[in-house]
Design a protein around this ligand. Structure first.
Ligand code: KIV
Length: 272
């Protein structure tokens, strides 16, 4: 059976738990398509997140709200076809799980069946508990997401750092504990103070993955297009750019345009 191929090398939710126990940091990046997912998988990224940030990065929307379940399934199945080792998690998009737990379960089952991914991610704490429990009871692993939750951007009104005030920090701590008790296998903490993220990850036994949450968590996640410098307008403090692909691609394409215009491409050796 093909699923048994490289099982010993594949990252599972249990591998992530072991990594936390050993103090080995977990790496996670976003992926939305086959070609990039293959590169990231081969480069050794532990977890590929088919994030609803595809709404911004791939489709050019201002927020993550417009992306649909069908579109997430398209991205998810493209990523799964490329991977040999990484764990693949797909975001449940806005509107696919907030209504009620039956709708949430239906959405999660569609993602698992139609993409072949290994888990889903959902934004929120106590307010979506019933949906999380229902999905988990169907055997679908769930990753939580607290702190800045972009699907609620119109409630927050801004993408600024969350949980700086005591009351919000306390709710986040309680929500994180609740997600662990419900059975989530990991949690993403987005854009919160390092000290709070440290407290949460020290007090939970499940892995905590941070984005803009400082160094004292069990792993880090970034949007791949930001890390590679493809999206060159987005410059939050937490982002470290590892390449300037915007510049490299622009230069390469300029060369191509120039070569075609001056009839240098294709050369005789590039023709049949
Ligand atoms: O959609 C996404 O890319 C995310 C990450 C920022 C964690 O949720």
């Amino acid at each position: 059976m093909s699923a048994a191929r490289n099982d010993s090398k594949r990252i599972t939710t249990h591998t992530l738990q072991e990594m936390k126990s050993k103090g080995e940091k977990i790496t996670m990046l976003t992926a939305y398509d086959f070609s990039m997912a293959g590169i990231l998988d081969e480069a050794g990224v532990d977890v590929l997140l088919v994030g609803d940030s595809a709404s911004n990065v791939m489709a050019g929307h201002e927020t993550t709200l417009p992306i649909t379940l069908d579109q997430m399934i398209y991205h998810g199945s493209s990523v799964v076809r490329a991977i040999k080792r990484s764990l693949v998690i797909v975001d449940l998009p806005f509107g696919s799980y907030q209504g009620n737990s039956s709708e949430a379960l239906r959405s999660a089952i569609r993602i698992m069946k139609e993409t072949g991914a290994h888990a889903v991610k959902m934004e929120g704490g106590a307010e979506i508990k019933d949906s999380i429990v229902r999905i988990l009871s169907a055997g679908v692993p769930v990753m939580g997401h607290l702190g800045l939750t972009p699907q609620s951007i119109y409630k927050f009104g801004t993408y600024t750092v969350r949980a700086k005030e005591e009351e919000e920090a306390q709710k986040l701590i309680e929500d994180a504990r609740l997600l662990e008790q419900c059975g989530c296998f990991a949690i993403v903490l987005e854009k919160i103070p390092s000290s709070l993220a440290k407290q949460v990850s020290e007090n939970l036994s499940i892995p905590v993955i941070g984005i803009g949450a400082g160094p004292f968590v069990d792993g880090q996640v970034l949007v791949t297009h930001d890390l590679l410098g493809i999206t060159n307008q987005f410059k939050p403090r937490f982002l470290r750019k590892y390449a300037d692909l915007h510049g490299i691609i622009t230069e390469a394409v300029h060369h191509y345009v120039e070569d075609v215009k001056r009839k240098d491409f294709p050369s005789p050796s590039e023709a049949y």
